[in-house]
Ligand binder design. Structure first.
Ligand code: ZN
Length: 478
């Protein structure tokens, strides 16, 4: 039987506020263990939490950008569990009344645009970190109490490609609105998958498995593929399907069973009595709405309209805020969006990937890229030399004009000088003219190659092409 894969996502997003969700401790990443702590986030008796308004504003901002309704009355709940990384033995979260509901994100699929519904966004807090050493397990509470939002989708995704398209879009939006730095490798964006199968054509969902511990889009895709296969096999063998929690194991490339439903935790949610209820009025929502920047999909549409680049290129360029801004500035300066897009999506992206860097870390400016395109368009350097200049700009952060000089890449466009090179090459290879007379007109290309080689690629190729054609023609008639 053929099955359809049904996927829902739960994304945990660390908010990049300066202070924690319920105390004034710093949220900065990488401090010495247990230096960003206080009685509140350590859960000491008698310490009372206070709502960080900025966390609420950022959750509202995410909700507005993701087309959600904002719940006017906020209530917080306790999720109880005993584990060393949770000093209070409960997490302050929102169970009954999430701050945002019923939103959507539009993604591009092979079948066209598709809306992925968002069920809810709620505020919660992070736990501490455990470090397992030979001497025993150590706990660092610096992360305990760092604000998170959890974004839960409806089970609207049908393939690993759709899951990645959704996550790419979600990450771009959250980065653009500045609520989080959404770095999966640093754990500020984490995703859990719900995967189930249903017979093709059916509308009844199967029993789902929840997959945890996915730390990259690649891992997410591999986990979807593995789960689809595992569940199809289990169904084919007539196994009884039970809800279960599994985790992705990168080393063995499999999902492994953590617990089945009978062993599921009972969190005994109840209202958080230490925090007051919170009303969010329209004025607050409108104040936040006014801070929303141009969102990635609107920006992509503008790039297509204003700079004449393809929808695909615009989509790729708007996946990262810094890259989109860089392109916007460079294209506005040069008026040649296609050239800028080609440089950024080609050589610049390749160099960034090689060094595992983001566009934010580029050491040259949009003006520098524009200057480089001018140097090529005016014929000062060839396109091939341009690539060398770009690499040097990337590594050394120097200006393109200075690099053209220091690398000796300036193109020779002086026609008299180039004609002498052409004549020298033809004098040394008399067979070229002979072949040409015998109808082998393609030999002209060979002669161009000879001159380019003799001038070490610095000759202006369009001038050389013309001069070689003219000179060969002239000599062939003599
Ligand atoms: Zn604290």
């Amino acid at each position: 039987m053929n099955y359809t894969t049904v996927i829902g996502l739960e994304c945990h997003v660390e908010l990049s506020t300066k202070t924690k969700a319920y105390c004034s401790c710093s949220t900065e990443f990488g401090g010495l263990p247990n230096t960003h702590v206080c009685p509140v986030c350590l859960g000491l008796p008698g310490a009372l939490p206070v709502i960080n308004k900025e966390v609420v504003s950022r959750a509202i901002k995410a909700g507005l950008a993701l087309n959600c309704n904002i719940t006017p009355y906020q209530r917080y709940d306790r999720k109880n569990y005993f584990y060393p990384d949770t000093p209070k033995n409960y997490q302050i979260t929102q169970q009954a009344l999430p701050i945002c509901t019923d939103g959507w994100v539009e993604i591009d699929t092979q079948q066209g645009k598709k809306k992925i519904r968002i069920e809810r966004i709620h505020m919660e807090e992070d736990a501490g970190k455990q470090l397992h050493t030979k001497a025993g397990t150590l706990v660092d509470y610096n992360r305990a109490g760092v604000p998170l939002i959890e974004i839960v989708t409806r089970p609207d995704l049908r393939s690993k490609e759709e899951a990645t398209a959704f996550m790419t879009k979600l990450r771009a939006i959250l980065q653009a609105i500045g609520v989080s730095d959404v770095r999966m490798e640093e754990g500020s964006l984490r995703v859990d998958l719900n995967v189930s199968l249903m017979p093709e054509g059916s509308e009844t969902f199967g029993v789902r498995a929840e997959i945890k511990n996915l730390n990259s889009f690649k891992a997410m895709e591999k986990a979807v593929a593995y789960e689809t296969q595992r569940q199809a096999q289990a169904l084919a063998q007539g196994e009884e399907m039970l809800e279960q929690t599994r985790r992705w194991d990168e080393a063995c490339g499999q999902t492994l069973l953590m617990r089945s439903k009978e062993m599921a935790n009972d969190y005994r949610y109840f209202p958080e009595g230490d925090l007051v209820g919170l009303a969010i009025d329209d004025e607050w929502i409108e104040r936040v709405r006014a801070t929303l920047p141009e969102l990635p999909h609107d920006q992509a549409e503008r790039f297509v309209r204003d700079y004449g680049i393809s929808a695909y290129d615009a989509m790729v360029l708007t996946q990262e805020r810094a890259m989109a801004q860089f392109f916007d500035e460079a294209a506005a300066l040069s008026g040649d969006g296609k050239a800028c897009a080609n440089w950024l999506m080609g050589d610049v992206s390749r160099l960034l990937n090689e060094e595992a860097k983001t566009a934010q870390e580029l050491t040259f400016t949009p003006k520098d890229l524009y200057d480089l395109t001018v140097l090529i368009a005016e014929g000062t350097i060839s396109n091939a030399a341009g690539k060398k200049v770009l690499e040097a700009m990337f590594h050394e952060g120097k200006k393109p004009q200075a690099l053209v000089e220091s690398l000796g890449l300036a193109q020779v466009s002086d026609e008299d000088e180039l004609l002498r090179e052409v004549q020298k090459a033809l004098d040394a290879n008399p067979k070229v003219i002979e072949d040409y007379r015998n109808g082998k007109t393609k030999i002209v290309g060979f002669a161009v190659g000879l001159v380019m080689k003799a001038t070490k690629g610095k000759a202006n190729p369009s001038i050389i092409n013309r001069l070689v054609s003219e000179e060969v023609e002239k000599r062939a008639r003599q």
